[in-house]
Design a protein around this ligand. Structure first.
Ligand code: BMA
Length: 329
């Protein structure tokens, strides 16, 4: 395995000086790790659904996961609602996590991952109030990191996703970004590979969709996470070993045929560097974006989980992100 070495964030991106924008102490019910949040703008407000892993910080013990809801007028200062907005626990399902939010046909959709006794599934639900979720689709295992495009393309709904083909990819975690389409959000097919991990120079393990793609005149601006592994890394968080690093990347997909990558940034958009990304967390050395808001003036607000512990914000100009995406060879 080719080691990746040092990585730096792009000069195009600026961390919000008030980071983190959300952490456990902002949550009025049991909360411990508050991260990987989906964010959207809806009816003039910013809305966030975040993952909350609760348990004991003192004993470094995870007891469970629920999703929390927060609102904001400026995308910076957030008010968390008094109760969690969703959780799922049955004999079969242990938890729902890593939500992504998007508006589609005027309704609010959320994609999420579901841990089950029989594998990890990707889910899609619709809600009108962020508290009641009607599940419209659950994938077969193993799949997660699903994101929906905000409009139909060629008459079809489209999603990016990240299946985990362990057996067929040599037994390790060598995973790529795929796309499927659907006539109704329920039945999905016509699946194709979009971006292989081998195309990302700063990944040696796996990649996966990050925030839902946003439309720009040059293509669908699409963020993803990228993972590199180094067996020389040891303990770096709560676990005995944490040898991965999670960075964030950006690419442009063709407006009419999003199976086609028209541009890819050859270096990361965001690499773990800030103190709250590289130390003091559950899994240090990790940035994991799930939310992105494109403002009317071209500012991109990029929300990401830092060290699987807090929710942070970075901003960029959409023109700079587009410029980073170089044509594919
Ligand atoms: C991924 C997911 C994310 C998590 C990341 C880093 O595989 O489980 O929820 O943020 O690992 O630990």
């Amino acid at each position: 395995m080719q080691l990746i070495g040092e990585l730096k964030s792009s000069p195009a991106i600026t961390r919000y000086p008030g980071n983190p924008v959300l952490s456990a102490q902002d949550v009025p019910y049991p909360a411990m790790l508050v991260f990987n949040a989906g964010v959207m703008k809806y009816q003039g407000k910013y809305v966030m659904v975040f993952r909350n892993d609760y348990g004991s910080l003192e004993d470094q013990r995870l007891d469970g996961t629920n999703l929390g809801l927060a609102f904001s007028d400026d995308g910076l200062r957030w008010q968390v609602q008094p109760t969690p907005c969703w959780a799922m626990k049955t004999d079969e399902v242990s938890r729902v996590y890593d939500p992504r939010l998007m508006l589609l046909d005027g309704r609010i959709y959320m994609c999420f991952a579901v841990d089950t006794r029989h594998g990890v599934r990707g889910g899609i639900a619709v809600t009108d109030d962020f508290y009641h979720y009607e599940i419209v689709h659950m994938s077969v295992p193993d799949n997660r990191n699903m994101v929906l495009f905000s409009e139909r393309i060629g008459g079809k709904y489209v999603r990016l996703e990240r299946p985990f083909p362990v057996y067929g990819r040599g037994g390790g975690e060598r995973f790529d970004i795929w796309l499927s389409d659907s006539p109704d959000l329920v039945y999905w097919g016509n699946s194709d590979l979009v971006l292989g991990v081998e195309h990302v120079p700063y990944a040696n393990l796996k990649i996966g969709p990050a925030a839902p793609p946003v439309k720009t005149p040059k293509g669908w601006l699409t963020t993803f996470h990228a993972v590199d592994f180094d067996s020389g890394r040891g303990k770096n968080g709560w676990e005995a070993k944490w040898q991965k690093r999670y960075t964030a990347g950006v690419m442009l997909l063709d407006l009419d045929d999003p199976r086609k990558v028209v541009g890819l940034a050859r270096s990361p958009l965001l690499a773990p560097e800030a103190p709250y990304e590289i130390s003091g967390g559950f899994r240090n050395n990790a940035v994991f974006p799930c939310g992105l808001v494109l403002e009317d003036d071209g500012e991109v607000k990029f929300y990401y989980g830092a060290a699987d512990t807090t929710t942070c914000l970075a901003t960029a100009d959409v023109a700079d992100l587009i410029a980073m995406c170089e044509p594919m060879a």
